[in-house]
Design a protein around this ligand. Structure first.
Ligand SMILES: NC(=O)c1ccc[n+]([C@@H]2O[C@H](COP(=O)([O-])OP(=O)(O)OC[C@H]3O[C@@H](n4cnc5c(N)ncnc54)[C@H](OP(=O)(O)O)[C@@H]3O)[C@@H](O)[C@H]2O)c1
Length: 310
């Protein structure tokens, strides 16, 4: 990636591959391509063909409805500056077959999956690359291959400027910002990843177990909610991240009553759920640190039984 001089230059010549052009990936691919970046989506043969011929269609109250041409392929065959990893955790291993380490070289790899453990997995798999922990806050659904419905009135990405990658991370942040994505750059990896999990893990476990909305579970499962939030916060602190359980419960109480989690939607649709990447990761970190998480573990076990293989 060439040096950045000012924000105007960020998109010019930026080569981005998007692995998994679904709700998150399709939206980011379309926004970046519309703003002038060179975008290649990496997808299955059928989806890639559809994207090459029809582009990515975005339906969004926030950004408007638009269709943007993108390039698409089944595998990364030429170098890029950035790979955005946007598959679900349940598809990560298979999808990474599309990104050979020797083609990737020292490019930035920016995973936008929920969870925490994928960062280490990517660093082990791509030791030459610059793996940048990141999170995304958005509600965006792939309604069919190449078509994305963006429902939230925002999309916010948090990137961590890992040592030695600061300039390249800031260029990517500028590019995303220019494309319409609110982007923040921090320097605390654990704070970024656990900051999201602190709220997401309780929301996902409770709403999926109850097959109910956030508004319903905060009434009917209040004790479990407070317990899980406290347990995840204790694990986050053990991992070196700041966590404030009262703030998380207050936030939970403030979200729209009808809010659902994507884990719950996946469970209801009979799709694999990201239980291991979200709940499993909390329990494993707790075990490593000797932190007791009985309520979280009970929910994870119960959901594993109901969704074998998750
Ligand atoms: N959606 C949201 O609002 C949201 C918000 C915050 C965080 N997240 C997190 O972001 C991650 C992605 O979620 P998502 O909702 O964007 O998922 P998604 O809509 O299901 O999209 C996943 C994409 O990955 C593709 N894919 C699956 N297996 C693949 C493979 N082997 N090779 C290449 N592509 C493959 C799918 O392709 P096809 O289109 O061909 O099926 C699909 O386009 C998850 O970890 C999720 O928790 C999502």
């Amino acid at each position: 990636m060439s040096a950045v001089t000012d924000e105007q230059d960020a998109l010019t010549g930026l080569r981005v591959a998007v692995l998994g052009p679904g709700g998150v990936g399709g939206l980011l691919a379309a926004l970046l391509a519309r703003a002038g970046a060179s975008v290649t989506c990496l997808a299955s043969a059928g989806t890639a063909e559809r994207l090459r011929t029809a582009g990515v269609r975005v339906e969004s109250g926030h950004f408007g409805d638009f269709t943007t041409p993108v390039d698409a392929a089944e595998r990364l065959t030429t170098p890029v500056d950035v790979v955005l990893v946007c598959v679900k955790a349940t598809h990560l291993d298979d999808a990474l077959e599309r990104v050979p380490a020797d083609v990737l070289g020292d490019a930035l790899v920016v995973p936008l999956l929920n969870g925490v453990e994928h960062v280490g997995l990517l660093r082990r798999r791509y030791p030459e690359a610059g793996v940048v922990p990141a999170t995304i806050r958005v509600e965006s659904t792939r309604t069919e291959p190449g078509v994305v419905r963006h429902g939230s009135p925002f999309v916010t990405v948090d990137l961590v400027a890992v040592d030695g990658l600061g300039q390249r991370v800031r260029r990517l942040a500028d590019a995303l910002q220019q494309a319409g994505v609110t982007t923040r750059v921090g320097d605390d990896e654990q704070a970024a990843l656990w900051g999201k999990l602190n709220f997401l893990a309780p929301l996902a476990l409770l709403t999926t177990a109850a097959q109910a909305t956030a508004g319903e579970v905060r009434e009917s499962r209040r004790e479990d909610l407070v317990a899980i939030v406290g347990e995840v916060a204790a694990v986050a602190r053990a991992e070196g991240a700041p966590a404030d359980e009262e703030q998380v419960v207050d936030f939970f109480d403030g979200v729209p009553a009808g809010m659902r989690s994507s884990m719950q939607r996946d469970a209801a649709a009979g799709r694999p759920i990201e239980l291991d990447a979200i709940g499993g990761a909390v329990v494993r970190a707790a075990t490593r640190h000797g932190v007791a998480v009985p309520v979280t573990a009970r929910y994870v076990d119960e959901l594993r039984e109901r969704h074998p293989g998750s």
